[in-house]
Design a protein around this ligand. Sequence first.
Ligand SMILES: [Zn+2]
Length: 407
Amino acid sequence: MKLKALIIVIDGFDKATFNRSNMKFVKSFFYKPIKSVEPIITPACSASILTGLDPLRHGVLDFYDNNFKPINSKSIPYLYFTDILNLRGYRLGLWKVPLIYPKKYRGFVTWGVEAPKITPCKKIEFYLNRANCRNEEIERYSSDEQYLAVYKKRTVKEINLFKSLSRNFKIDVGFFWLRYSDIISHVFYGRRQDLLINYYEFLDKQIRDLIETLEPETWIIFGDHGFAENKYVISLTRFFLEEKLIKWNSRVQKLLHLITYELGPDRLVRFGFLKSSGGMSFLRVNKLISRLYRFDNLFFIGSEENLLRFKTRNKSIETAILRKLSKLVKLIRVNETYLVLPRKHVSLTRLVLKYPINKIKYVFRSGIHWLDTIVASNDESALKINKITDIGKFILGKLKRKIHRSR
Ligand SMILES: [Zn+2]
């Protein structure tokens, strides 16, 4: 099968880990480090890849809008490079690309984590349900090695499904988004770098196999972002309480926070929070627990550790962050909300932890997103790419002419 182009996103493809691993196949082509965008969260990065714009321009800054409704492509008023390829007549095959929902294209589409269902096509839905391929959540296994083995198996399964869909739907351009690499990096980064490198080298073989099967004229592989070690966790809620900037709204609220404090983040993850799919999916649970984070004069919106958003009218909150946390976070004002963006090695939480700044190592979140990622391609002009926002232009440059079909 001869594709015109194949695009592979390795979610969280990290520059430092890539440099240290022996990805023989990928490294025998052209590759270079590139930068992601801020906020470094998957939907914002994905929208930047698709539109070629920075998050402050395309407007996707979080998984949610201000009412906790998961963001989708309808809130982005710009053309995606995939829309343009579709207009040029190419048949696309998209696998779990975030922020595509509810778009459809000629060819096939499976949507990303933010979508309420996996695909608009009944036939594919049946096929994927039978293969049980919506299980993306972080789960507890008896050992790190077993955890890795489970995700390797899932990776192979997804790649095989993508191959057979590409064949059945006779696509011209494939766009495969691998999410498992992100899940694994959160758990292993810095703590079990050996296993992460093992996974990268396993991926190298999978990529080779995928490219040799689909035989694309041009292929490009990159990360939506990279990773860094999670060294400090800032409990913003704790900080605000200690600075006397917010007060508890009720005793129940205080009690519930005390309980989560006692449980600790690792156990919360084990109970199912931070899952990306299923009944306890963080996309669904967040609205339910949002009332816990409504204080007398401040309301947290959104959830990610690479981004916290809040609404407040209290100017002294801004002053306090700038005065005491500016080495660890950046503060940006967008419309009615404040965005807090962590610097390298820092993650954010709304949970009330022991101190405002904690040097705790969590088993389940030892890695945190960072800006440095990699692009690789069989086409030398990929070396002109500097940032994930340049990728769409590269692909459109390779697929210029309109396809005229005889059928
Ligand atoms: Zn990501």
